[in-house]
Design a protein around this ligand. Structure first.
Ligand code: PLP
Length: 379
């Protein structure tokens, strides 16, 4: 079955008691048993919920995995993956990570004796220098935030396999419409469904998808034991979002390309970061592992100052100034003062996060209106 069909049909069946075509929101905490242990597969809603069950199966199908395990947020999903590890274990992570991921690694799990190495993985061979007998997990995010660098998933997977180490890929930015890490050899796919999967900026949700039965069992054990489960209403919203993922992503990609090309021609714009450009340093890898280039774009201004950036950020009318991404509406953000403000300026500049860097999550509005909005804001 192709992705567009799976997005609409996988995991869901008409409700057996009524025929409702949409999976109901099973807003219940417990399930009545006929006699002790004689039940219909559902005992208590932290452990099982039919709305969540449908979503987990749908997510497994669209990532070409076997098991989906859902959580109350993307970071709760990351938290569950880290709980597969034990004190003394080591993780090699890409340096250009979502800020919250960096925070949970360094401020929460480091405290429990897990050691992290953050490295530039644009050349996957860089991983080798940090591998040792304690290495248990390689964690990557591609495309990266906010500079849209691309990491070669298959190359990382080959190294992971060779050393018997797990490879986890945060696939939030690409979504399964553009990229399927499990097909490229990854062991775990992590999503913040808050972004493209939900797609409407109305839910916070996360998921892990795997192929391996034993790994799925461990994650389900952590899901139930630690309890960071999503509510049924949130599962319903993500299920509903999935049904249009392919249609939305197609438009995100089209609009992204239009905006990237417009910005590149603009006399006041400095550098434009979008992995669809042929001269993007990782374009060849992007072309190999992705089916399109998405709607995330960053750019700098020739006048590289906070003032110039703030003028653009407060000048757009359709692009709303907000954190997050992946919704139908276009958003604009300023990494230096918003998502990456906690990184010291010196460190930021070293990583290319200059003062005028602006990040766009291009929505699915009419592209001509989005171009007009940026044109009037940039001047
Ligand atoms: C938002 C985000 C997360 C965290 O997800 P939440 O749902 O906000 O907890 C993780 N990774 C990436 C790439 C994200 O954009």
């Amino acid at each position: 079955m192709k992705l567009g069909t799976k997005l609409i049909h996988a995991g869901v069946e008409p409700d057996p008691s009524t025929g409702a075509i949409m999976t109901p929101i099973f807003q219940t905490s417990t399930y009545v048993q006929r006699a002790p242990g004689d039940h219909k597969g559902y005992e208590y809603a932290r452990t099982q919920n039919p709305t969540r069950h449908a979503l987990q199966n749908a997510l497994a199908a669209i990532e070409n995995g076997k098991h989906g395990i859902c959580f109350g947020s993307g970071l709760a999903a990351t938290d569950a993956v880290m709980k597969l590890l034990s004190p003394g274990d080591e993780v090699i992570a890409s340096s250009d990570l979502y800020g919250g991921t960096y925070r949970i690694f360094t401020k929460v799990f480091a405290k429990y004796g897990i050691r992290f190495h953050f490295i530039d993985m644009q050349d996957a061979n860089g991983i080798r220098a940090h591998l040792n007998a304690q290495t248990k997990l390689i964690w990557i995010e591609t495309p990266t935030n906010p500079l849209l660098n691309i990491i070669d998933i298959a190359a990382c997977a080959a190294i992971a396999r060779e050393k018997n180490v797990l490879l986890a890929v945060d696939n939030t930015f690409a979504s399964p419409y553009l990229q399927n890490p499990l097909d490229l050899g990854a062991d775990l796919v992590v999503h913040s469904a808050t972004k493209y999967l939900g797609g409407h900026s109305d839910v916070v949700h996360g998921a892990v998808i795997v192929k391996d039965d034993a790994l799925a069992q461990q994650l389900a054990f952590i899901q139930n034991s630690c309890g960071a489960v999503p509510g049924p209403q949130d599962c319903f919203l993500v299920l509903r979002g999935l049904k249009t993922l392919h249609v939305r992503m197609q438009r995100h990609c089209e609009n992204g390309e239009t905006i990237a090309r417009f910005l590149r021609e603009h006399p006041r714009v400095g550098k434009v970061f979008w992995c669809g450009f042929e001269d993007h340093p990782n374009h060849a890898v992007a072309k190999k592992q992705m089916r399109g280039f998405g709607g995330m774009i960053s750019f700098t201004l020739k006048n590289d100052s906070m003032e110039a950036a703030l003028k653009v950020l407060s000048g757009t009318k359709l692009f709303s100034l907000a954190e997050s991404l992946g919704g139908v509406e276009s958003l604009i953000g300023h990494p230096a003062s918003m998502t990456h403000a906690s990184i010291p300026r010196e460190e930021r500049m070293k990583n290319g996060l200059v003062d005028s860097l602006i990040r766009l999550s291009v929505g699915i509005e009419d592209a001509a209106d989005l171009v007009d909005d940026l044109q009037q804001a940039i001047g």
